[in-house]
Design a protein around this ligand. Structure first.
Ligand code: FDP
Length: 341
């Protein structure tokens, strides 16, 4: 995209206009998805504004204490969760919600029910909040096809059944990356307009990458294929240059960089955590969906990540995601150890 020309653009593709355009390709569409998305976008704008004010809020009272108006201040992750739940329920388009913050799934009351199930992490990377590092919201959307009484099985579906997924990164700018199944597009919040504008159309992840991203502090507990891949990144034997290590420790930011620059993001299994750390429904699936739609791959160490069938809403899985060729290498290392399903 020509950023110099953008500075003078008057024909702005807002996220709502973009989704309405997509919707018009499906004559049977009733506009429900557009309404649902506009409520998610509202949640993202609210969280963005709260994250931006977090430093200031600190000056007037710490989370969990009372502020000068005598009101109790809520921690940002608790606040974000409440905002998303209220926005999603009030959209009238949701049936089941699964949030990282809540132990149990939320079944929306019949009078407010719609056709969509939303799985989300309202504020991922929360250990980074207090030092001002980028954090984000991750979401995945399933559609329920008939009007049966909802059950957990409606959300315990493989990631490949999602109809849409995205994340919003609260960083030096606020960026929302979305796929409705047809490519991946990035929108940046213009604070003066209060609108997300299409700034990264049709994102394609580079086929190869020069960056690997992993918490190397866990290296002593890694399995053979992970250790071999990282060794190869650092000491390539084929004459290629060593790769750079970048690890923010905030999944949204690490995946965003991987999507734009290529490379690998990994949270592998290790001896202490045989299922890794990241949650299948609202971390592994939405990010794997976006990476695949951008031309990359996502793998668990045993299988394609989007083929996993979760049995619990907060289940975890190891994940390797990124550039197509890099993940092929990782798959070959696991295949050589006979670990593929
Ligand atoms: P956080 O614990 O700060 O909420 O799953 C949450 C997550 O962050 C991811 O955003 C991040 O990729 C990962 O954990 C970081 O984990 P490590 O600190 O173990 O590297």
């Amino acid at each position: 995209m020509d950023h110099a020309a953008d500075a003078h653009r008057t024909d702005l593709m807002t996220i709502t206009r973009f989704v309405l355009n997509e919707q018009s390709k499906y004559p049977e569409s009733r506009g429900d998805f557009t309404i649902l998305l506009s409520h998610i976008v509202l949640g993202c704008k609210f969280v963005c504004s709260s994250v931006n004010k977090a430093g200031l809020a600190k000056l007037i009272g710490l989370a969990g204490e009372t502020n000068i108006q005598g009101e109790e201040q809520k921690k940002l992750d608790v606040l974000s969760n409440e905002v998303f739940i209220k926005a999603l329920v009030s959209s009238g388009r949701t049936r089941i919600l699964v949030s990282e913050e809540d132990e149990n799934a939320i079944f929306v009351e019949p009078s407010k029910r719609g056709r969509y199930c939303v799985v989300f992490d309202p504020l991922d990377g929360s250990s980074n909040i207090d030092c001002g590092v980028s954090i984000g919201t991750i979401f995945g959307i399933y559609m329920v096809k008939d009007d049966h009484e909802p059950t957990l099985d409606d959300v315990l579906q493989p990631g490949k059944q999602m109809v849409a997924a995205g994340y919003c990164m609260y960083g030096s700018s606020c960026t929302l990356v979305l796929s409705t199944g047809n490519g991946v597009n990035g929108f940046t919040l213009d604070p003066s307009l209060g609108e997300f504008i299409l700034t990264h159309p049709d994102i394609k992840i580079p086929e190869k990458g020069k960056i690997y991203s992993v918490n190397e502090g866990n290296a002593k507990n890694w399995d053979g294929p992970t250790a071999k891949y990282v060794e190869k990144c650092k000491f390539p034997k084929d004459g290629s240059s060593a790769k750079s290590l970048r690890y923010i420790g905030s999944m949204v930011a690490d995946v965003h960089r991987t999507l734009l620059y290529g490379g690998t993001f990994m949270y592998p299994a290790d001896k202490k955590s045989p299922n890794g750390k990241l949650r299948v429904l609202y971390e592994v699936f939405p990010m794997s969906f976006l990476i695949e739609k951008a031309g990359g791959q996502a793998f668990t160490g045993k299988q394609r990540a989007l083929d996993l069938v979760p049995t619990k809403i907060h289940e975890r899985s190891p994940v390797f995601l990124g550039s197509y060729d890099e993940i092929e290498e990782i798959k070959a290392l696991y295949a050589a150890e006979g670990q593929m399903e």
